[in-house]
Design a binder for this molecule. Structure first.
Ligand SMILES: CC(C)(COP(=O)(O)OP(=O)(O)OC[C@H]1O[C@@H](n2cnc3c(N)ncnc32)[C@H](O)[C@@H]1OP(=O)(O)O)[C@@H](O)C(=O)NCCC(=O)NCCS
Length: 163
């Protein structure tokens, strides 16, 4: 597995991050969500909160040879992993794991000791493989107007945890 190079995302990365999000979700969430609901969700523009996480320096970009491979975002006040997406051409090569590890370290440096996330149904097994506990599955109303099922997952962060 080739190591990623990480950098903090800037405002002018947002458009590319949003495009990668849609590509990744269309490939991997299809089959788990109705196509119409998925497209309504993906059509929403980046939220003001997302722009703020980027402005705060809480969005990490993973690159290889200068190419965008994926990104992860931390919502510090919410103690939440806000987003984690890998480009479809790079799925299952260990990059999601590298981004998750890096995001976990960022969360820890922000003083977060228990990290929560809303997992798309397709991603629950990925997070389980990294010791995130499935607390519950529920439906949540997204600002785009659709209601989507998700897994609420959590992991206690300790200085010794390695994944
Ligand atoms: C979920 C996602 C971030 C995982 O990234 P990835 O780079 O493909 O994952 P990795 O290669 O690092 O996987 C590490 C391990 O997690 C597990 N895993 C990864 N994806 C999995 C999946 N879809 N189903 C089951 N287990 C999975 C496996 O144990 C895998 O190891 P293996 O490939 O040796 O079996 C990525 O597939 C993605 O962006 N998906 C679409 C968008 C999405 O749903 N994002 C999450 C929103 S909450």
């Amino acid at each position: 597995m080739a190591p990623l190079t990480f950098r903090t995302a800037a405002a002018d990365d947002i458009e590319r991050l949003w495009a990668l999000r849609a590509e990744a979700a269309r490939v991997q969430c299809a089959g788990y969500y109705p196509a119409e609901a998925l497209e309504t969700w993906l059509a929403a523009p980046p939220s003001a909160a997302f722009r703020q996480y980027v402005a705060q320096g809480h969005a990490l970009i993973g690159e290889r040879a200068g190419s965008l491979i994926g990104y992860a975002v931390i919502d510090a006040p919410g103690r939440e992993l806000e987003a984690l997406f890998v480009a479809p051409s790079a799925f299952r090569q260990g990059y999601g794991a590298q981004l998750l590890q890096r995001a976990k370290h960022l969360a820890a440096t922000l003083g977060i000791d228990s990290l929560t996330l809303s997992a798309a149904l397709n991603a629950i097994d990925f997070y389980r493989a990294h010791d995130y506990e499935l607390i519950t599955t529920d439906s949540f109303a997204h600002r785009s107007g659709v209601t989507l099922e998700r897994g609420v997952m959590r992991k206690t962060l300790t200085p010794t945890s390695s994944s």
